[in-house]
Design a protein around this ligand. Structure first.
Ligand code: MEV
Length: 537
């Protein structure tokens, strides 16, 4: 398929109004957003798990506009994809759209469902959901929803993806099996022989083709622990502990519940076999068997950015990466930027982002990676390098023209597309639908690609013009909006006639983007009575 075609449907998306974007989404994903309306049921009419990973472009082909085009032009192209002419027709139609029917369904969790999900529930919290554009992953175009409160994250990642997809896009791989580890610790061990049948504790998983497929044992000496403050209250404690890992194939589930059920179920048998006392029984959130890797390669010549040549951009990104390699103060910020992308998709797709965060940061430590040569450093999760491309060299290209800039992100990431909370919040299902209903392996690849793109975007901006210019515009808009809301709330009347954008622009011009400045600017033209009412800023 032609990636440029995919891109052009969404070009200028950021300039559209919220309503126009929602309309475009309805047209692009008719099966997801058309009736039967999810307003009457909890979930949209899509299955969260599909064996067919249908890309958004396929959805455009089957959209009403594409069908209309085919009928008018007696073409059956929608069966095989769409051509340029058809695509232009689609774009024109999108531009002239004025659909204003039902309220758009992406608007958060119903509080009655929330009340069933957690204890002491008092309400819900909303977060903006936006679309990351321009991604081509393993040759397929994909639109990726992200839930995030931070300005610039989505613009940055879409910009990075545009550069990377201008060549061949991202390549991603994930392991065939989606596994998780259940840990049982046996204390006070007199012996260590083990042999057991554990699959009866995850019979459903076995029916779906998964189940416990391996077991490993780690002996841990209690003397290695770092609890030096503790005054022992019993002298009888044995000094050796046995940690049993049960490796479970959890199919498309995240697997936390399954792992904990297996651990609790099997613990008495392990205790009987080993003679050890049962300690904690719980999953491990470090799951190195679910290692997912995303990478890209792009000729240096395609990397030019703002006033910088491709070679300059490449050299500066590598410097930035190398700084993170040798300074853990920088590495943590570098990795935070990666998690901006990964967490936003995790939030949009109903994943356990705390588990994903914990495992990513653990993986950043040499000790966990099994590399002690760097005295247990905390390292950046991405890697960048420049390499010579033999094919380009064979084509008689010389010097920098043979060079490729390469980026890679590899980390263990545990996600699920079956079970969990995905079915309780319809927005998760819509977001999964926008991504083409990926299975767990595909979702992990999408998330690692977005982490890599987010980091590439941050390093490219930081190493060239800095991030504040772009960031400040959005930040100023947010501050202006917050300031104007203050007046609106207090007076309970409609927003003052000030344009949010003009307050934002004037704050940027003044070089002071604060609520106080926004308030001063607004009050310059407000009647006195209204000014005195806004006191809580
Ligand atoms: C901000 O949320 C993320 C960055 O600080 C990441 C980085 O410094 O690499 C821009």
């Amino acid at each position: 398929m032609n990636p440029n075609l995919h891109g052009s449907a969404w070009s200028g998306f950021y300039k559209k109004t919220l309503k126009e974007r929602q309309n475009q989404l309805k047209i692009t994903f008719p099966d997801l957003f058309d009736p039967p309306s999810p307003a009457t049921s909890i979930a949209p009419s899509v299955s969260p798990v599909s064996s067919v990973y249908s890309t958004p472009l396929t959805s455009i082909c089957s959209s009403p506009i594409s069908r209309e085009y085919s009928e008018e032009n007696k073409s059956n192209d929608t069966l095989n994809g769409i051509n340029n002419e058809q695509f232009n027709y689609l774009i024109k139609k999108l531009e002239s759209l004025n659909i204003d029917q039902d309220p758009f369904p992406i608007k958060g969790l119903d509080e009655h469902i929330a009340d069933k999900m957690i204890e002491n529930c008092v309400g819900t919290i909303g977060l903006p959901v936006g679309l990351a554009l321009n991604f081509i992953i393993n040759e397929k175009p994909i639109i990726i929803p992200m839930a995030v409160e931070e300005p610039s994250v989505i613009a940055a990642v879409s910009g990075a993806a545009k550069t990377i997809s201008s060549y061949k896009g991202f390549t991603a791989v994930a392991p065939e099996r989606n596994s998780i580890i259940a840990q049982v610790v046996l204390l006070d061990i007199p012996q260590n022989s083990l042999n057991l049948a554990v699959n009866k504790f995850c019979a459903n998983m076995v029916k779906r083709g998964g189940g416990v497929f391996d077991m490993s044992v780690r002996r841990i000496s209690r003397t290695n622990n770092r609890n030096k403050k503790h005054h022992p209250i019993s002298s009888e404690n044995f000094r050796e502990w046995l940690v049993v890992h049960l490796h479970i194939d959890v199919c498309d589930a995240m697997g936390a519940n399954c792992a904990s059920t297996v651990a609790e179920g099997v613990a008495p048998h392990l205790s009987e076999l080993t003679g050890g006392r049962i300690g904690l029984r719980i999953l491990s959130n470090l799951n190195v068997e679910r290692m997912t890797r995303a990478s890209f390669r792009i000729p240096l010549s395609l990397l030019s950015y703002k006033s910088y040549t491709g070679k300059e951009v490449a050299a500066r990104i590598i410097e930035a990466y190398e700084w993170a390699e040798i300074d853990h103060y920088r590495a943590i910020t570098h990795n935070k930027g990666i998690m901006n992308g990964i967490d936003s998709v995790a939030l949009a797709a109903g994943q356990d982002w705390r588990a994903i965060e914990a495992s990513a940061h653990a993986w950043a430590c040499d000790g966990v990676r099994g590399d002690y040569s760097q005295s247990n450093n905390y390292r950046p999760l991405t890697t960048y390098w420049i390499e010579k491309d033999d094919q380009l060299a064979d084509c008689r290209k010389e010097g920098d023209d043979c060079l490729m800039f390469c980026g890679e992100l590899e980390l263990p990431i545990t996600v699920g597309t079956a079970g969990g909370v995905i079915n309780t919040n319809p927005v998760y299902l819509y977001n999964m639908g926008i991504m083409g209903n990926p299975n767990a392996k595909e979702l992990s690849m999408i998330m690692v690609c977005i982490g890599l793109a987010q980091n590439f975007a941050a390093l490219r901006a930081l190493a060239t013009e800095g991030i504040q210019r772009g960031h400040m515009k959005l930040h100023a808009t947010n501050i202006a909006f917050a300031a104007l809301r203050c007046y609106e709330d207090e007076t309970n009347s409609s927003r003052p006639s000030h344009d949010i954008m003009s307050v934002a622009r004037r704050m940027i011009e003044k070089g002071s983007i604060t609520l106080t400045t926004a308030k001063e600017l607004i009050e310059e033209s407000l009647p006195k009575s209204q000014i005195s009412q806004c006191t809580h800023m």
